[in-house]
Design a protein around this ligand. Structure first.
Ligand code: NAP
Length: 592
């Protein structure tokens, strides 16, 4: 796949598709519009909003707002309530603030409902409901130079002025429908996985979908979400048709209950240590031990084994061989598990490990041995949708219900289409326009022309960690440090200079990226051959200058890997001169 293939073909949930985006979980209560001024506003009440709110509370900064279109905290865990939903990252490194809240996850891999409950626990513990505006959609952010504040407008008529705004809108915030012809003509029931229709299917959370007993259900997509849904629907539906374009890479889950004695004996500070260990192991760094020991981390051991047995071998070669060995194990597992050889063959992932986001499940493959489950495999995908069902390679599959496991808006498709609102910076320039040729930032957080605005987790000039929680801890520390510094020193505006932003991007390109692993050549065939979705996500949709530079941009993360990047940020803050940022005091802006 090349960047030219990345033109947007999916459908946004607006106009005739708007009903797919309705919140089935909340009935918003009426309230009068708010007019207020706060020091900090966060857009997004997922992990970013929760961690930011908790940190601000600890620092004694009380005047902040957390705004979310969802009816509660939780972000992705609020929306994604589909049957089987579970986190692929170990709960002890993924669930934030376990020590602070005193919570012990029940299993090594927590269910969605448990994570959602934990989000609400954090909100309760840090009194964040007092600061929340829920079921509230931001419609516009506008920089106001006269006051050096952002004006936040919402669909409820709120006008909130904030000195600083943190965008915690996430990567997978906007669900999208596949752009398949005829989608709107389907006469059965249909919905997106992040808006699961339990009224139609029966059940709740992971419960029994008993209303599907007489239904023919179709699932379009075989990503991480579909892999979790398929076993649950297979159990209850009369017939299940899974429409596959690319087979999933399904590794071992091996979930288990938490041992309360082990958990109780963990020393103070254990969670930060464990998170750092997980990041270190996955980044190919030096760690005395692998604390998590799961199928995210085991490929590193395979690579280490190759190096040990072959002293002259390069790290890149060992990684390549480990990748192949790992994928072969995964293909073997398909063959051993799925009874029908033709189905097994179609379910085998033929690509390298990171070409499609790895998944972990012990029930997905056995589901294909059930007589009511049918794999419909076509690399061309679904041809069209009719009033009665789905057509693949000329054959129509009649359905009562169609589930779109088709994923989410990728960050590369304009800021506005990903977040649902526009951001107008200095001189009225729109962020979507500023980023039309790809995201540009300093540290993945600061953008020239958009003072006092912090981005979290979307820019390729920042860093990605295998446990998103780690990245968020570090970013929130950075942001709250700057907010505190500005507040303490009468600084009205913080903005990266154009030169610093450009230099940072150049720096990222020159260093390349360890692409999560520390061993993949950023401009090499691994990336250009497959462009995994998390890299694809960062490639500008329109007119990339050329493949090399688009790829370079997409993979531009700090070359020292996540821990190096975080150490760099800490050093930069400690230096105290905030190189690259223009810090404008109130007095310099002619204000007393
Ligand atoms: P996804 O990974 O984007 O998968 C979408 C699926 O829909 C793919 O299989 C894709 O096929 C298919 N598709 C899209 N358009 C299609 C079309 N026109 N015809 C046929 N098939 C089409 O979405 P997702 O599974 O919802 O996962 C999104 C992200 O959520 C993941 O990357 C992951 O980070 C996160 N997630 C995490 C967990 C967790 O445990 N932490 C669980 C679930 C999801 P192709 O593969 O051929 O493109």
């Amino acid at each position: 796949m090349t960047p030219e293939n990345l033109q947007k073909t999916d459908l946004d949930m607006v106009g005739e598709y708007a009903r797919f985006d309705d919140d089935p979980n909340a009935v918003p209560a009426d309230r009068p519009p708010r007019r207020e001024t706060v020091t900090v506003a966060a857009v997004g009440g997922g992990f970013t909003g929760l961690l930011l709110g908790a940190e601000l509370r600890k620092l004694g900064i009380e005047d902040f707002r957390i705004i979310d279109r969802a009816g509660d905290f939780g972000g992705t865990w609020y929306w994604n309530r589909y049957p089987g939903v579970r986190c692929d990252t170990e709960s002890y490194v993924y669930l934030p603030l376990l020590e602070e809240t005193g919570y012990m996850p029940t299993e090594k891999y927590a269910t969605g409902p448990e994570i959602f409950e934990h989000c609400k626990r954090i909100a309760d513990r840090f009194r964040l409901y007092d600061n929340a505006l829920l079921s509230t959609e931001v419609t516009q952010l506008t920089w106001q130079p006269a006051t050096s504040r952002w004006l936040i407008e919402t669909h409820r008529g709120d006008r909130i002025e904030a000195r600083f705004v943190v965008l915690g809108t996430g990567i997978w915030g906007r669900p999208q429908l596949p752009g398949i012809p005829g989608l709107e003509t389907f006469e059965g029931n249909s919905f997106h996985t992040s808006r699961w229709d339990y009224a139609y299917t029966g059940g709740a959370g992971n419960g029994k979908l008993d209303k599907l007993a007489d239904k023919r259900v179709g699932v379009i997509g075989t990503g991480s979400t579909a892999v979790q849904i398929v076993p649950r629907v297979a159990e209850w539906a009369n017939e299940l048709f899974v429409f596959q374009r690319t087979p999933a890479c399904v590794d071992v889950r091996a979930n288990r209950d938490t041992d309360p004695e082990w958990f109780a004996a963990l020393p103070r500070g254990w969670q930060r240590d464990r998170i750092r260990n997980f990041t270190t192991v996955l980044a190919g760094g030096k760690a005395d031990t692998d604390l998590v020991m799961d199928c995210w981390t085991d490929v590193k051991k395979i690579a280490a084994g190759w190096l040990e047995r072959n002293p002259g071998m390069s790290v890149a070669e060992a990684a390549e061989l480990a990748d192949f060995e790992k994928m072969d194990t995964i293909r073997d597992r398909v063959e051993r598990t799925v009874g029908d050889p033709a189905v097994a063959e179609a379910l085998k992932p033929w690509y390298r490990r990171y070409c499609k986001r790895p998944t972990f499940n012990d029930e997905y493959l056995p589901a294909y041995n059930r007589p009511n489950v049918h794999l419909v495999d076509s690399p061309d995908g679904v041809e069209r949708i009719t009033p009665a069902g789905v057509v693949v390679d000329g054959e129509e599959y009649p359905l009562d219900c169609l589930v779109f496991a088709s994923g989410f808006e990728l960050p590369n498709f304009t800021h506005a289409s990903r977040t649902g609102f526009e951001t107008a910076g200095v001189g009225g320039i729109l962020l979507s326009k500023r980023w039309a040729q790809g995201m540009q930032s300093m540290f993945g957080m600061h953008v020239n022309g958009f003072p006092n605005l912090f981005h979290v987790g979307v820019s390729p000039q920042g860093i990605a960690t295998a446990s998103v929680t780690h990245m968020l801890y570090e970013y929130i520390e950075h942001i709250t440090h700057l907010v505190q510094h500005a507040t303490a020193h009468g600084i009205a505006e913080i903005e990266p200079t154009r030169e610093a932003e450009a230099a940072w991007i150049r720096n990222c390109r020159a260093l390349g990226t360890p692409l999560h692993s520390g061993e993949v050549d950023p401009g090499g065939a691994y990336v250009t051959d497959c462009l995994p979705e998390f890299v694809r996500a960062a490639i500008p949709a329109a007119d990339p200058p050329d493949t090399d530079s688009a790829v370079a941009k997409a993979v531009a993360e700090h070359g020292r890997g996540p821990l190096g990047f975080f150490a760099f940020l800490a050093e930069w803050r400690a230096a105290g001169d905030y190189e690259g940022l223009d810090l404008r005091p109130e007095s310099a802006l002619g204000r007393p």
